[in-house]
Write a protein that binds this ligand. Structure first.
Ligand SMILES: [Zn+2]
Length: 427
């Protein structure tokens, strides 16, 4: 099974915004002006070029060679070489997609339709491309990790995260998509055929390693899960010292299932009282943890009175099992209390995977495909009528984008030849 991401090959392709094609063709005639334009663009992004490890960097670039892309109607592409380390950078103008004969406008429409939940086949029909070409395009976007792309947007690595697995199917097999979300952005969308602690550790470990590469001292302070054992174990292993909390909203929705053989109005009343209890516990800072322990005991007694000893006992033992996770949420005001944003992300991904079920096959490159979908989730702006209309998840979380065009941002940010600059951020 293609569960592991293919290693990113040493790809130093960069996408440069030349504004319009005429400018590009003019610059083609003048090497010095071309080079200056490229360097100015990189500087404006606050990026640097990925030189070889041994290179001191610097601006020592020279025009190296060029070749003609026959497939693209003979557009000439320049390559630039570092005079120190000899690394070669391929400069793609904004109107060309890497290795693809598809024009960005066509890709833009197809990706938008895909993101909106239209099947690959239908996207392909309306955009007049092959479904496989669209699938491969999403996979190609997924060759850069989500952590790389988000940190290029200046987003700090998340100190508090929501983590959970989306259950999905690969033909007839059950598969799981371990996901890490912080606010409106997805930091990890993995793939595993098993739900054991070992399998989940491997998947969440991909995020942990990518983050540690960006920032060796990276520590997660708090993780919110729905309390599933394998999830908790794997996260405890990967992020020792992090607070592990259980979602309070899940708790609220679980309570009625613990109450058996009672009249519906009693069940509803108890749920509403439990809601009030959790809500008040959240509002009482400082004393919150102590207050919660006492209130949970009283509430279990109350259940016994209202719904009988058996229900009271079931609720009491459920509390005993889960309360540490609720304490963890209440003890730290920065801890997210509910996994709603993660559920929303899962629903969005679910719609796409459902629409693409014909392509969700064992021989596919799931890791790259899912990472590509995660980029779309983070970078495509919300619709006109939505909350945060016109902004994408990265912007909502305070990230910076290279341009105001999401497709161009996707092209630039998933380029292989850029690195985060140490200073001079754009904007
Ligand atoms: Zn160099």
């Amino acid at each position: 099974m293609g569960t592991a991401a293919k290693p990113t090959r040493e790809n130093r392709t960069i996408t440069v915004d030349f504004r319009d094609e005429t400018t590009y063709f003019h610059l083609m005639e003048d090497g010095k002006a071309f080079l200056e334009c490229v360097l100015a663009f990189i500087l404006s992004l606050g990026f640097q070029l990925t030189h070889k490890a041994t290179c001191g960097g610097g601006r020592g670039l020279t025009r190296h060679s060029h070749y003609v892309r026959v497939r693209l109607g003979g557009v000439t592409i320049w390559r630039l070489q570092c005079t120190t380390c000899k690394a070669v950078f391929t400069v793609l103008p904004h109107f060309i997609l890497r290795y693809r004969s598809m024009r960005p406008e066509v890709a833009r429409d197809a990706l938008l339709a895909t993101h909106g939940g239209l099947s690959l086949e239908w996207c392909a029909v309306i955009c007049n491309i092959s479904p496989m070409a669209l699938y491969r395009l999403v996979c190609a976007l997924g060759h850069q990790s989500v952590v790389t792309v988000l940190t290029r947007c200046g987003l700090p690595l998340p100190r508090y995260i929501l983590a959970d697995e989306k259950h999905s199917r690969c033909l007839t097999d059950k598969v799981y998509l371990p996901t890490v979300v912080s606010g409106r952005v997805m930091w990890h969308l993995g793939y595993t055929a098993e739900v054991s602690a070992a399998a989940l550790t491997q998947s969440y470990g991909v995020f942990q390693r990518a983050a540690s590469q960006q920032e060796p001292s990276y520590r997660v302070q708090g993780v919110l899960t729905d309390g599933f054992d394998s999830t908790t174990k794997s996260l405890r292993m990967l992020f020792p010292g992090a607070r592990l909390g259980n979602c309070l909203r899940h708790a609220l929705n679980k309570l009625p299932k613990k109450l058996m053989a009672i009249a519906s109005p009693v069940r509803k009343a108890l749920r509403s009282q439990f809601h009030t209890l959790l809500h008040r516990a959240r509002q009482r800072k400082g004393l919150r943890v102590f207050a919660l322990g006492q209130r949970l005991r009283r509430f279990a007694d109350h259940v016994t009175t209202m719904a009988g000893a058996a229900n009271g006992e079931r609720v009491r033992s459920w509390f005993a099992d889960k309360k540490a996770g609720w304490y963890a949420v209440l003890a730290d005001p920065q801890m997210p209390a509910s996994s709603t944003l993660l559920d929303q992300a899962h629903n969005a991904i679910d719609r796409k995977l459902f629409a693409m079920k014909g392509f969700h096959h064992p021989g596919g490159s799931q890791a790259a495909f899912l990472t590509g979908l995660a980029h779309l989730y983070n970078l495509i702006p919300y619709q006109r009528r939505a909350l945060h209309a016109g902004h994408c998840g990265v912007e909502v979380e305070g990230g910076r984008l290279p341009t105001s065009d999401w497709m161009l941002n996707l092209q630039i940010l998933t380029s292989g030849g850029y690195q985060c600059g140490a200073q001079t951020p754009y904007h």
